[in-house]
Design a protein around this ligand. Structure first.
Ligand code: PLP
Length: 411
């Protein structure tokens, strides 16, 4: 079991631009300090390479099934007659079905260590809400989740999941916060921006509450490094290409950064290339601008420097809801800018064929988000020389997304 997380800020050739306040308005950094557990603020600004994983978090990782499997996709190679070796790390093996639990457990632990009795967060399609709900349950905390109302109505199974773990789930806009009341009407679809504002306001209004963010902030990527650190130990051969999908960048960073760090320190992975697969619906790494922007649509959180499509960018609805995010984490953005990470964008039509081929040969129905990584891996497989090695992160399974497969007319 891995006992330290990895922080790529220590190895970047340039220093990581820190979060900052906008020129006008209240200090967002002061707000962040109030709503987050203090250890997470320290981690956000830390340049330490290794951060010890608290014993209780390591125990929780073991209880939910870490280390997750790292497997060769021999069925897929055979089915498609590929002459390359394809490996995948399977984060869908966790009980909530995605990597999101890796940071949720860490954040819930730190919330409890700070004396919190309740955590609050927002969720879009529900993967993050499920992870936060289970983490709260395992650490004996109450969980309150503001879920965009359109998803609350359409993703009922995820609501039931969260409630089974004991969470209170409000469709957002709700009538329990002032922000929610401003927007509230029974048929309002909601947005992640409104849901974040509601969760932040709810956290501030109560005693012993902490707010948990699901991606994009550096400490989230630090916690996710457990994926890549395990993979490095599990790999029978060093990959020529390492691939992951990108929403805010946490599963990609978690998988790839420990290897990029070894490369930057001259300890291996010298010839490995790193490829981020994003959704053409939110193409920040391929079409965004590199600048300071708000990580949330309303601008309640501090500015971070990243590739962004603008915090008011509204991506079209796609099945891979977890990739509908306007920006990419600061460290991933720096690596992209330095040319150490390449990026490709796919439409949802382009990824389902790859997802189906994977399901029929490996048995796992992949999450629509993760299917972007599968598609990118298969495109590489066609053009790389025989014997090449490709490793991708299968960030989640798609068992609660089978309706997307039906709507995409592949099932
Ligand atoms: C299965 C899965 N993969 C990927 C993502 C994208 O997020 P991130 O880029 O932070 O890993 C999500 C987000 O909800 C997800 O649920």
């Amino acid at each position: 079991m891995v006992n330290k997380w990895y922080n790529i800020a220590a190895d970047l050739p340039i220093s990581l631009p820190p979060p900052k306040d906008p020129d006008e308005g209240d200090s967002r950094i002061a707000l962040l300090t109030k709503i987050l557990p203090s250890a997470l603020i320290d981690q956000e600004f830390s340049a330490e390479r290794w951060i010890p994983i608290p014993e209780e978090v390591r125990e929780a990782y073991a209880r939910v099934g870490r280390p997750t499997p790292y497997r060769r996709a021999e069925g897929l190679e055979r089915r498609l007659g590929l002459k390359v070796h394809i490996y995948y790390k399977f984060e869908g093996a966790l009980p909530v079905g995605s990597h999101k639990l890796n940071t949720a457990l860490a954040q819930a632990y730190y919330a409890k260590a700070d004396g919190a009795e309740e955590i609050a967060t927002e969720t879009g399609a529900g993967q993050w809400g499920m992870a936060a709900s289970l983490a709260a349950a395992l650490f004996g905390l109450k969980a309150t989740v503001f879920m965009t109302r359109s998803s609350y109505n359409s993703k009922r199974q995820r609501v039931v999941f969260m409630k089974t773990y004991g969470a209170t789930v409000y469709p957002s806009p709700s009538e329990v916060t002032e922000t929610g009341k401003k927007f509230y009407r029974p048929d309002h679809p909601g947005s992640l921006g409104i849901a974040i504002s509601e969760a932040v306001e709810y956290t501030l209004r109560g005693e012993k509450r902490k707010y948990l963010p699901g991606s994009v902030l550096e400490f989230v990527l630090i916690h996710q490094s457990v994926i890549g650190l395990e993979a490095v130990q599990q790999m029978p051969e060093e990959p020529d290409y390492v691939v992951g999908c990108v929403g805010g960048g946490s599963n990609f960073g978690g998988f790839a950064f420990p290897m990029i760090g070894m490369r930057l320190r001259g300890e291996g992975f010298e010839r490995t290339k790193f490829l981020a697969a994003e959704s053409a619906a939110a193409p920040k790494l391929t079409k965004g601008e590199y600048k300071y922007d708000f990580p949330d649509a309303v601008g309640v959180l501090p500015l971070i420097k990243m590739y962004t499509l603008g915090h008011d960018f509204v991506p079209p609805a796609v099945h891979a809801a977890g990739l509908r995010y306007h920006g990419a984490a600061p460290s991933l953005s720096v690596l992209r800018r330095l040319g150490l990470v390449d990026a490709v964008a796919y439409t949802q039509e382009e990824v389902f064929e790859a997802a189906v081929a994977f399901a029929r040969s490996e048995g796992i129905i992949p999450a629509p988000e993760s299917s972007h990584a599968i598609r990118a891996a298969l495109d590489l497989a066609k053009r790389l020389p025989p014997g090449s090695v490709i490793a991708f992160n299968l960030s989640g399974h798609g068992l609660l997304d089978v309706d997307a497969y039906e709507k995409a007319h592949v099932a």
